[in-house]
Design a protein around this ligand. Structure first.
Ligand SMILES: Cc1ncc(COP(=O)(O)O)c(C=O)c1O
Length: 477
């Protein structure tokens, strides 16, 4: 394991011990020498770990005395959402979405708006190698349709990857789509009719809300906890009161809340779906970007009766521009395939062939390792910087993976005002209002941090906090 991994591993372990009180506030931390012995690392690595903990505010060094555990206030996390009414309604129009997603090119100083990896973190070289191999060996296939459900060898590679989470998917249950958006769209169409009722988390990814609106589906927003996800008791009540046809959820590092659903909740959700006879559409686009040692299990891993239509893509982990995603289901596959043929005939051949090579060569796995390490290394620092500089009372999410953060500003600061003022300075953020279909919380922002924690990013964060501070003092609402 690299030196980098070791220092992060040590600081994470100590951070957990500090947060859980095993290392109490005010106590002297183990000496650097003890750390070298306990973890079998060099003095330099031990020091690096302690410096990192100092930066996070968990340790302080006292001259000639060593390191001491700081008194920490428990992190103030975003609050659980409770929509005004738990009943079906049309999705209200979402006019800002187009504007937020299409900023004026050239005027942007820094963008936290689109949930996208910086191009320097995309696996450009590996994909170029794969592209060359395709051009060399498969030129003739490039111009031909690859009929639905998609390139068999790519489906095979995707199925193989599911072994990592105990999914044991078979290539025959995988269908390639134009990104996760298309996978969600086809899944919704396969299990609903216009006018049907769908339950979602609140907040939910605004692209999903747009799909629900376009498909003329009624939505019930279910209370959602920023740590554990959808409130299962509230969902059960909603299913008792209304004929819910499908529930759309994310289990890992949800956009925008960042929560991870406990495994026990995933199993309970499946039990509820079996009892109440609804489909689960699972959006797992951030699932591979975990910071812990093992990949979190998707809900699909608990699916004993083939209720879950599992949706994913390569957009958040590698390249959104390839527009490659997939869904996995046995039960709904024939219907989804028929819909795909009617709508699109097939997914473009070139990205499928290239992505297959990329996966087959083992380059995707290598890329993910590096990407996770980068994200894991910087996200705590970004969170701490925000926590230090945003107005007191700001709550910031602490996801265990992915790269989106959710900020709850002190009550009277309007996220739309922040959005407008920041945009004038060339800083783009996404107002939280976009993630609610009925009862928006008006004081939330989503920041996407899929680029290196650079001076530009820090400067943009400082400007953002100045805007929030000035709006706070101006008392805008
Ligand atoms: C939760 C979630 N699902 C789906 C998508 C869309 O993914 P794709 O680009 O693969 O269509 C996004 C993109 O932001 C997302 O955040």
């Amino acid at each position: 394991m690299s030196k980098l991994h070791r220092y992060m591993e040590i600081s994470e372990r100590l951070s957990r011990e500090i947060q859980s009180g095993i290392l109490p506030a005010g106590e002297k931390a183990p000496s650097l020498r003890e750390i070298t012995k306990q973890f079998g690392v060099s003095l330099g690595t031990a020091l690096q770990a302690y410096e990192h903990l100092e930066k996070l505010g968990l340790l302080r060094s006292e001259p000639k005395r060593g390191f001491f555990v700081n008194r920490i206030n428990p992190p103030r996390l975003p609050e659980k959402t409770v929509p005004i009414a738990i009943q079906p309604a049309d999705v209200k129009s979402l006019p800002l979405v187009d504007e937020v997603l299409q900023p004026t090119i050239g005027e942007t100083e820094f963008s936290f708006a689109t949930a996208e990896l910086d191009v320097i973190w995309q696996p450009v070289q590996g994909l170029e190698k794969a592209l060359r191999a395709v051009v060399r060996d498969e030129m003739a296939s490039l111009g031909q349709y690859i009929s639905s459900p998609g390139h068999p060898a790519l489906r095979q590679q995707i199925a193989l990857r599911s072994f990592e989470w105990g999914g044991n998917l078979h290539a025959d249950e995988v269908l390639i789509t134009n990104g996760a958006t298309d996978a969600l769209y086809l899944s919704l169409r396969a299990c609903t009719q216009p006018g049907d009722i769908v339950a979602t988390e609140s907040p939910a990814y605004f692209g999903l809300l747009q799909l629900l609106q376009n498909l003329q589906l009624q939505v019930i927003e279910i209370p959602t906890d920023s740590q554990t996800g959808i409130d299962l008791a509230a969902l059960e009540e909603a299913c008792h009161a209304f004929p819910v046809k499908a529930v759309v959820v994310s289990a890992s590092f949800q956009n925008p809340f960042g929560f991870s659903m406990p495994d026990s909740h995933k199993a309970q959700l499946i039990t509820l779906a079996n009892k109440r006879d609804f489909a689960i559409i699972e959006d797992d686009v951030y699932g591979d970007l975990f910071f812990s040692n093992a990949r979190p299990k998707p809900i699909k891993a608990f699916d004993d009766k083939d209720r879950v239509i599992y949706c994913n893509s390569f957009s958040k982990t590698a390249v959104p521009g390839y527009r490659l995603g997939w869904c996995a289901t046995n039960r709904y596959l024939p219907r989804i395939k028929q819909l795909q043929i009617e709508q699109n005939i097939a997914v473009s051949s070139l990205p499928q062939l290239v992505m297959h090579r990329f996966l087959q060569q083992g380059d995707y796995s290598k890329h993910l390792l590096q990407l996770r390490e980068r994200l894991q290394r910087q996200l705590p620092e970004i969170i701490e910087t925000l926590q230090q500089h945003m107005p007191p009372g700001t709550r910031v999410s602490r996801p265990d993976g992915g790269f989106v953060l959710w900020l709850e500003l002190p009550g009277h600061i309007s996220a739309l005002d922040v959005y407008v003022e920041a945009k004038q300075l060339g800083i783009l953020v996404t107002p939280g209002d976009l993630f609610f279909s009925q009862s928006p919380k008006r004081n939330c922002l989503r920041l996407s941090c899929g680029s290196p924690f650079s001076l530009e990013m820090k400067t943009a964060m400082m400007k953002l906090s100045e805007i929030c501070q000035s709006l706070q003092y101006a008392g805008t609402s």
